[in-house]
Design a protein around this ligand. Structure first.
Ligand code: THG
Length: 265
């Protein structure tokens, strides 16, 4: 499982304040802590309160990459913010994210090619988030066809079925899981899949329990990557144990430590 840490997001007050005050130490401590906890990449989002998102994104990228060298997932709804972040980034990048709207997607694919970046594409369009699995598959097929037409490798696309909170869209979660499984059959080489895991528990009590239960199920449906909180130890332990059960790493009595060592950099 490719772990993308969700913590460097202006949605968190501590991060929003650090961005506002340009307090590098707070951001750098967070970045190091996430990587030490097992993050393979860091999601970077200035948050809704940022008044100068281009400037803030570039500052975040520079601040983070001076202490860790993992790939950065540049998370913004504005292409301009993402592109300036891509120019600033030294290491590998993931664009987070495009929708399935063809015009938008073509622009994002062109930018992904130009900066040699992977691309997260959400299975939603102007009509909004799909209500069922079939619509998710239809939009995923549209995304992959567009990648192929534009000579962008389908395995550099991370399809995101959009996880909705269980307390408002309970009926959708089994469809979301099945979509994760079925996306793989839509192109060769198979696309990758990603979810924003913490979405599932927003507004609920028992957040950690809901997150880890959904993660296990998504892993069983073949999920490749997740945006999550790697400091949630119970979550990381079930992530590692699921990989073991799915035969992605070899059993030994200390399999959790062995997995962590294999990832430590
Ligand atoms: N798909 C993609 N990118 C994404 C998402 C997705 N990026 C953003 C988000 N979803 C994933 N990241 C988060 C980060 C935080 C939370 C949820 C998802 C979260 N935050 C607390 C809350 O809202 O309750 C904040 C609590 C606090 O303020 O301390 O849950 O789906 N591609």
């Amino acid at each position: 499982m490719f772990v993308i840490s969700e913590m460097i997001n202006g949605m968190y007050q501590k991060v929003a304040r650090a961005i506002q005050a340009k307090d590098a130490q707070v951001i750098q401590a967070l970045a190091k802590e996430q990587v030490d906890a097992g993050a393979d990449a860091l999601d970077v989002n200035c948050g809704p309160a940022s008044r100068e998102p281009v400037k803030d994104m570039c500052w975040l990228v520079e601040t983070i990459q001076s202490v860790v060298s993992v790939p950065l997932s540049l998370d913004s709804t504005k292409l301009e913010v993402i592109e300036e972040g891509l120019k600033t980034a030294k290491n590998r990048t993931i664009i987070n994210s495009s929708s399935a709207d063809i015009e938008r997607l073509q622009k994002y694919i062109a930018i992904a090619k130009k900066y040699n970046s992977s691309l997260i594409a959400l299975t939603m369009d102007k009509k909004g988030v799909p209500q069922d699995k079939d619509r998710r598959l239809e939009l995923a097929a549209q995304i992959l066809a567009c990648a192929q037409e534009n000579d962008f490798p389908t395995d550099e696309i991370y399809l995101d079925p959009i996880v909705l909170p269980v307390n408002v869209a309970q009926k959708q979660l089994s469809d979301t899981l099945e979509a994760i499984r079925d996306f793989k059959m839509l192109a060769s080489p198979a696309p990758k899949t990603v979810v924003g895991l913490s979405n599932v528990s927003q507004g609920s009590t028992q957040r950690s329990l809901i997150n880890r239960t959904f993660l296990i199920m998504a892993q069983a449906h073949g999920l490749d990557a997740a945006i999550l909180d790697p400091l949630d130890k119970d979550l990381m332990d079930v992530l590692i144990t699921s990989e073991l059960i799915l035969d992605r790493n070899i059993y030994c009595d200390s399999f959790i430590d062995a997995y962590k060592k294999s990832k430590s950099r």
